[in-house]
Write a protein that binds this ligand. Sequence first.
Ligand SMILES: C[S@@+](CC[C@H](N)C(=O)[O-])C[C@H]1O[C@@H](n2cnc3c(N)ncnc32)[C@H](O)[C@@H]1O
Length: 562
Amino acid sequence: MRCSADMTPGTAGAAGRGGDQQAATRSDQPAGNGRGRGSSKSRGSSKNSNRAAQKSTSRSPAGRADPARRTAVDVLRGVDERDAYANLLLPALLRERGLTGRDAALATELSYGTLRGQGSYDAILAVCSDRDLAAVDPPLRQVLRLGAHQLLATRVRPHAAVATSVDLARYVAGPRPAGFVNAVLRRVATRDLPGWLDIVAPGRAEDLVGHLSVRYSHPRWIVMALSAALGEAEAGGLAETEAALAADGRRPAVTLCAVPGLASRAELVAAGSQPARWSEFGAYLPDGDPGDVPAVAQGRAGVQDEASQLAALALARAETSGTDRGRWLDMCAGPGGKARLLAGLAAARGAGLLAADVREHRARLVMTALGGAARAGLAAAPGTAGADAGTAGADARTAGPAAGRPGAAAVIAADGTAPAWRPGSFDRVLADVPCSGLGALRRRPEARWRRSPQDIPGLSGLQRELLATAIESARPGGVVAYVTCSPHLAETRDVVGGVLASRGDVEVLDAPGVLAGVPGLCCPAPDGRFAQFWPHRHGTDAIFLALLRRGAHAWPRGGEQR
Ligand SMILES: C[S@@+](CC[C@H](N)C(=O)[O-])C[C@H]1O[C@@H](n2cnc3c(N)ncnc32)[C@H](O)[C@@H]1O
């Protein structure tokens, strides 16, 4: 089998919107007319092959493939061939092609569902194909996966699933492979998903991890990483790991977050959503386009996973010691979901927020996210994320007006490992570090196939550096929230443990205690003071949170208190 988060769109209107805020653009350009390697081969270079293609087109027009399925296959191809992010590419294609309503909903369900189920589908297709799946032309492989998804996990009638897949094969690769696609998918159609999984997944008793991997469509290493974070051993049966894997296969709810001071949960509820369980600013949108909610459209609320909201709230609630100076820092802020909430919380207490991101375009997204706050008087410093970043950096370094003015929010493009601000400046610091994203697999379905265990050491090295700087940036008595959207122990417990081992002036606060209303947050012993959210327990992303406080009498390393 081949192996590789604010919302998975559940509705047409919601397609591709939201997305907590951690998506970075790689290649998010629409895939043009969707013809790629296969189609250019089929178009050929000679007049003859052009004529042949036209002839076959007139018999079986490529245009017969319906727009929703063409869009879905183009998303799958963009993800596979150009490293695109589905949550960016899909909305771009829907817009470009004018797909709305049912078509957009179908394209969304087909692309996300296929990416989620890819591991299971590949195992099934391998049995149904007389060709090695790895040797099948990549665009056709996507057509087969899409066909398998429709046959095994949707209510699309089998003959329609097969016929539309044959049309799609023509769309991506011309007429030749149509027979192959037809034959493979007709074999897939002979059983339902459980029936196939009984055949293709290893037995539970022989290879439990392998069984779960195929059954729940996750690479083996992720099954093992989740079970380690849950404190489960294979010998014990991995029951909770199985629940976590199953939850990754479900569409997440669309959760909204009101920006304190600009909107309220009551306003979101009045606009048709339901109050969130734990976040006083959160509300679940049962259906429809978040952009149709006036507070969202006006930038006074956003789409944000509830655990992300709670991580920011926990930082705001954690107790500092000593005298607060009214300066908060979000040092990895792009695209700005938590910064937007923190800015509102800080403003309510007369504090200012400095939001930084190493990448300029991400810093610009933070500016956009803070736009609503700026309009309401939170005064996002203009131009700080662009050409003027150096100036803003100077502001920040001297904890000048933009960084420290009560009620102000400033954004800069700056590397958190080489800070543009003085150490020991901030009462509260958020280090929401770049991570593997294993906690947001519901919303970033391709991440499970794109990531590999080899990514983890590099990420955890950067995470340690950022956490070390975050602690240095806090004033003595100030608090730091270390947050990842991954439960992988090497990115969570081990990072915090490693950094704290090198210094004796940091206290680990009781994060589950700070979020006392949320059940089931405690990490397995002996790490019970860290908080870990889970999709299967909380219905949120698998966000990790450690709250740390610098000793009240500590001084910044190599510096003095200013
Ligand atoms: C997990 S995302 C942050 C999500 C954000 N807090 C939110 O809620 O929208 C991590 C961010 O860290 C940024 N980043 C990566 N390396 C960094 C560094 N050395 N310094 C500052 N930011 C960095 C990435 O560009 C990315 O935008």
